[in-house]
Design a protein around this ligand. Structure first.
Ligand code: NOJ
Length: 732
């Protein structure tokens, strides 16, 4: 509905433009070209990309990042094409453009929405200077399978945490108003369920039960629609038999008709064509039909719309009005971005590469690091440390510190861990020795030379930086074995034989199986791929400049065989026995019960969702509720006191979960409903109040309705999903 004169004006402008367009020009708007990628354009008989743009046969461009080329192409579109419609330039800018922030999974580990929003705003500023106005981010697929390489790109296993980050990041990219030249249209992807690949392999089938789809995978998308996301990308995935690029039920009925999403929907790269390979469409014509009927507005790279839609109209399969509808949404996005008035790049060069930006990257990295082991409070390193040895293939690798999807990252802005600790040690007069021993993450271990052995032996601490290189995760980079590659594992074991004071820093894009790392280290800091400023962040944490405050956004399995493992599991008819965690993985239990267990491993995760250590301790007490019996329109108010009982100031992440005890269908054991990250000084007690609408307890009931069912509930407050205080309450 048009609410004011501006809306009416805009709509008239767009309608009159559509009125002037030929069908080819309309299809051009619906085509996203991958310039200079030597793609299928040849099949469409196009001389070259420039002439395509000149004819008005392309509406958006993916993967052009050279500012001059962008300006050149835009000039052709605006000045030489018949109607002068500007292009939109799009790019996968996933966790920073030139300045690289921690990978999204690490950002989620910070539990700091404000910082993630700031990082997205900085990213938008940098990308728009280049002329890019559309990013294919955030990826808000709830991810519970660390074998899947793209787990790095998302915000973890929990729908509420993912939804919260989705909204923050969208706010950051899009700002107050898309027409601001430094704002970037966001794209929530991949609608929907792409992360639930059967075996963790990318592009595999995703057989998600309907209730789980509603309650786990769809909520982040609804949250992003509510946050005003400009665009959504349909996934590659075959969702329970229906590939998402032709899934009318979800794309049209749910997203458009029920959720009223009137932004642009784009296909994934070639995904419309892939419906033929998936056995869902006979040919490109059928693929085009299924996609346009699902109201996918833009086809990324492949040419089914270009080749077949005209024919589909002529043969009466679809009405021109359907094409107009898609084109209207695309032109609307261009209008909102202000491209008709100002099609060229943002010129605000003065604002990039500032101390402010670097500090956001540093702080976000620092807050995303997770301390997983710290024997005898070995960390932070004490003032009496006089000699340090740094080892490992990742200690001084700029590319790998940035992580996956950082192809536009400015390598010169990366400060590696080794560079950072080197300057710190110089300042502090600490003797430092460095040897990567392994040139990269994947090679096998041979030996440590005598000089290095001697340094290791004489050091007060040996810091070993191991894990995954940037290309061991991300799209198509899936793994069946999640342990540290053997070479690194053997190297670590050898180092620990020489000196027990090993601090291991893990760079990785996913939870790894870290049994061997734990047993060979005194302390373990999980650093993910922490981005440009990550090296400095690690140094700051190791030397106690700040206390670790990252908390796991995803459960850590003990072995691949436990995957998928996630905290919000349903209850069991035969719950596993509470075995001591010390049962050795791989040993056989003698006395297995008739319960839901493994013979050879503890059923619990190695580290639960929400977990992370600190240099201090927090005590939770006096959980109180505003009411014990609530109405559907009420909010549950939860009060808790948290005291920092240690001797270090630190952030703590206070987490609030609920349990719906009995339902018309079985319910998760716990569900995260609120959290807050607060800085608490030593000895300080903070009183926190969380206000949680009862309506947020809705789920898909036995009839498929989304409701809150009356009855008994529990609320849990604590520092992770396992260690919580709880109280009961009821909903009428
Ligand atoms: C395929 C990926 O699935 C998607 O996330 C990405 O945005 C597109 N390629 C474009 O590069």
């Amino acid at each position: 509905m048009l609410s004011n004169n501006k809306d009416i004006e805009e709509s008239n402008f767009i309608d009159s433009l559509i009125g002037k367009m030929t069908i080819r020009e309309k299809l051009g708007q619906m085509y996203q070209i991958c310039i200079e990628a030597n793609n299928e354009n040849v099949a469409f008989n196009l001389e070259d990309d420039r002439s395509l743009v000149k004819k008005g046969f392309a509406g958006s461009v993916i993967n052009l990042v050279d500012r001059n080329l962008i300006q050149e192409y835009q000039k052709i579109a605006v000045e030489e094409s018949r109607l002068g419609i500007p292009l939109i330039f799009a790019r996968d800018i996933i966790h920073g453009f030139n300045l690289i922030f921690p990978i999204p999974l690490a950002q989620a580990a910070s539990w700091n929405l404000e910082l993630a929003e700031k990082a997205a705003a900085i990213t938008a500023k940098e990308a728009t200077i280049c002329g890019i106005r559309w990013t294919f981010s955030p990826m808000i697929d709830v991810s519970r399978n660390p074998k899947w390489g793209r787990v790095a790109e998302g915000y973890g296993e929990d729908a509420f945490l993912v939804s919260s980050f989705a909204q923050a990041v969208i706010r950051g990219y899009q700002g107050e108003n898309l027409s601001d030249p430094s704002s970037l249209a966001a794209c929530s992807k991949h609608f929907v369920g792409y992360s639930a690949t059967e075996d963790g392999r990318d592009y595999n089938v995703t057989p998600i039960p309907p209730r789980e789809l509603n309650d786990v995978y769809l909520p982040p998308f609804l949250s992003s629609v509510k946050a005003g996301v400009a665009t959504i990308m349909a996934g590659f995935n075959d969702l329970d038999g229906i590939p998402m690029s032709g899934n009318k039920e979800l794309l049209k009925k749910l997203l458009r008709d029920e959720w009223n999403f009137d932004g642009v929907v784009v296909s994934d790269f070639n995904s419309i064509t892939e419906m033929i390979f998936q056995g869902f469409c006979q040919d490109g014509k059928e693929a085009a039909l299924k996609s346009i009927e699902s109201e996918i507005d833009i086809e990324m790279v492949s040419l089914n719309y270009m080749n077949f839609i005209e024919k589909l109209i002529e043969e009466g399969y679809i009405d021109t009005e359907l094409v107009n509808k898609c084109v209207r949404r695309i032109l609307n996005l261009k209008h909102k971005l202000g491209l008709f008035k100002n099609p060229y790049s943002n010129n605000n060069f003065t604002e990039i590469n500032s101390d402010f930006d670097n500090n956001v990257a540093l702080e976000l990295a620092e807050q995303s690091l997770i301390l997983l082991k710290n024997n005898a409070s070995f960390l932070p390193l004490k003032d009496d440390v006089q000699k340090i040895t740094v080892i490992g293939p990742l200690a001084d690798s700029k590319i790998d510190q940035m992580g996956c999807w950082s192809m536009d990252g400015d390598i010169d802005r990366v400060v590696t861990f080794y560079e950072s600790i080197k300057s710190y040690c110089l300042e502090q007069n600490i003797e430092l020795y460095y040897d990567s021993i392994l040139p990269d993450c994947r090679v096998s271990f041979e030996t440590i030379d005598d000089v290095t052995v001697e340094h290791i032996r004489r050091s007060d601490v040996v810091i070993v930086v191991v894990g995954e290189d940037s290309l061991m995760n991300g799209e198509k980079h899936c793994r069946a074995y999640l342990s540290l590659p053997l070479g690194q594992s053997k190297m670590l074991e050898k180092i620990a034989e020489i000196n027990k004071n090993v601090v291991t820093v893990v760079y990785a894009g996913r939870p790894l199986i870290i049994k061997d790392i734990l047993s060979n280290s005194t302390s373990v800091l999980y650093a993910w791929h922490p981005g440009s400023m990550g090296g400095k962040a690690v140094t700051n944490i190791l030397f106690g400049k700040s206390s670790p405050s990252g908390r796991l956004p995803i459960s850590f399995p003990r072995a691949e065989g436990q995957i998928p493992i996630y905290y919000s599991h349903k209850n069991y008819g035969r719950p596993p026995l509470e075995r001591p965690i010390s049962v050795n993985d791989g040993d056989f239990h003698n006395s297995i019960g008739w319960t839901s267990e493994y013979l050879d491993i503890n059923h619990k995760p190695l580290f639960p969702f929400g977990y992370g250590m600190s240099y201090t301790k927090f005590e939770y007490s006096e959980i109180k509720l505003n009411k014990i019996i609530l109405d559907i329109d009420d909010s549950l108010e939860v009060y808790i006191n948290v005291k920092n009982v240690g001797s270090v100031d630190s952030y703590e992440v206070i987490q609030v979960y609920i349990t719906d005890v009995v339902g018309s269908v079985t319910r998760p054991q716990k569900e995260l409903k609120a959290f807050e990250k607060v800085f608490i000084k030593q000895e300080e007690i903070v009183q926190l109040k969380f206000s949680i609408p009862v309506k947020s307890f809705k789920f898909t009931d036995i009839n498929g309705d989304f409701v809150v069912e009356p009855g008994q509930f529990k609320v849990w407050v604590g520092s992770n999903s396992e260690e919580c205080l709880n109280m009961e309450f009821y909903v009428k």
